[in-house]
Design a protein around this ligand. Structure first.
Ligand code: 13P
Ligand code: SF4
Length: 377
């Protein structure tokens, strides 16, 4: 088992990446929706072009309604790159806000309304751990070039690590292109942290016989010498929200709604993606429902807020939650409470910046290389 030692990346193994966490002042805790909406709109009116609000598809209705742009991780990172506002207020999770900070200019400030919005999957591949595992895996294949590819759902220090090793970032919408990029430049891919997206991508590329799952700290698992016999090596991370979906949910929904089409996110298990009619990023899911004919039925296998948005936005389509009441919301995304949004905006009006996400300069430059490579593939 690899020892965790690194001189380059000083990472704490913790769920929350930022320790300057500011709690919501009591005066904001019990705002009624009507008053809050009015105050948010008033603050936005005062701030004008100085602020842009980006909202991930999994955000609550009360956040999405105030967003200038709602989209998937890839779309949001492109919007952040294009934004010229002084402040980018990010309705999303820490790794997304970090990426926005990396991509935006130095004089732009990224604000994450609540610092508690940390994706558990991003915490499953800490740079410190990966650095230690990397030493082991590269020693096991000294004549081969392994290229690390990290999912956007990872912290900036891991993105920096990947850039340094010739790798890049991907999202669920371009993972297949990122794998192709890596395999053009190297012999093998180490994909982090989502094993399901990795497995689904390998299948998409016809490389299903080349997959090895790797947990370097599992005494029962494969060791480095065994995994390097394969071209696609998958870190053992996963999303709890998407792992919940089972093939039986698809069977059940088809039994009850024989005309139903099923679309799922590629963070779902392989057998779920295989049984579905389609799979794609949250933007692909959204576009699929936008393009559906009135009267069509679609069962959605992803985080429940997006399913609810789609039901609201497209009443002409019958939109079902794939596992009904059992479908989960993302606890990290839910931390972006609209009261926090009201607070950070009103503070900006007063000239005070709250909950600023600032990636360390030594990580920023390299992480930008990994993100730029993604934007180019
Ligand atoms: P998308 O890139 O599809 O928006 O997904 C992000 C995410 O966190 C899914 O769980
Ligand atoms: Fe992370 Fe899963 Fe939430 Fe996406 S849905 S932010 S992968 S925990």
């Amino acid at each position: 088992m690899p020892e965790m030692e690194t001189a380059q990346f000083e990472t704490d193994l913790s769920l929350f990446k930022y320790d300057n966490l500011e709690q919501l002042p009591p005066a904001y805790r019990d705002l009624e929706e009507a008053e809050r909406t009015e105050r948010i709109e008033a603050a936005l009116g005062e701030l004008g072009d100085d602020v842009v609000i980006l909202g991930h598809n999994y955000q609550r209705r009360e956040i999405v309604e105030h967003a200038d742009f709602v989209g998937d991780s890839y779309g949001l990172s492109k919007r952040a790159a294009e934004a010229d506002a002084d402040y980018v207020v990010f309705g999303g999770v820490t790794f997304m806000a970090e990426s926005a900070d990396i991509i935006t200019d130095d004089d732009q400030t990224v604000i994450l309304p609540s610092m508690e919005a940390s994706c558990p999957m991003a915490g499953m591949a800490e740079a410190l751990q990966v650095d230690a595992a990397w030493a082991e895996i590269t020693a096991a294949a000294p004549d081969e070039n392994i290229v690390p590819v990290t999912y956007m759902n990872s912290y900036a220090d891991l993105k920096a690590f990947c850039a340094e090793q010739g790798g890049l970032v991907c999202t669920s919408s371009n993972a297949h292109r990122a794998f192709a990029y890596a395999l053009e430049r190297g012999d093998k891919v180490l994909f982090l942290p989502d094993k399901h997206l990795g497995e689904n991508t390998a299948h998409r590329l016809g490389m299903e016989d080349e997959i090895a799952e790797w947990d370097p700290w599992d005494p029962e698992g494969k060791d480095a010498d065994e995994v390097v016999a394969n071209d696609i090596i998958l870190w053992d991370g996963y999303c709890q929200v998407h792992e919940r979906f089972r093939e039986s949910h698809i069977t059940d929904v088809r039994e009850e709604h024989p005309d139903a089409n099923v679309i799922v996110h590629p963070e779902c298990r392989r057998e779920v993606v295989e049984a579905a009619d389609e799979a794609g990023s949250t933007a692909t899911i959204t576009e699929t429902i936008e393009n559906a004919d009135p009267g069509e039925t679609w069962a959605i296998g992803t985080e429940i807020h997006l399913t609810h948005h789609l039901q609201r936005w497209h009443p002409e389509v019958e939109v079902l939650a794939l596992c009904g009441e059992a479908c989960m919301d993302c606890n990290a995304m839910r931390q972006i409470d609209p009261n926090y949004l009201a607070w950070v905006l009103e503070e900006l009006v007063e000239g005070r910046e709250r909950n600023v996400i600032e990636v360390a300069p030594e990580e920023k430059e390299l992480a930008q290389v990994a993100l730029d490579r993604m934007l180019e593939v």
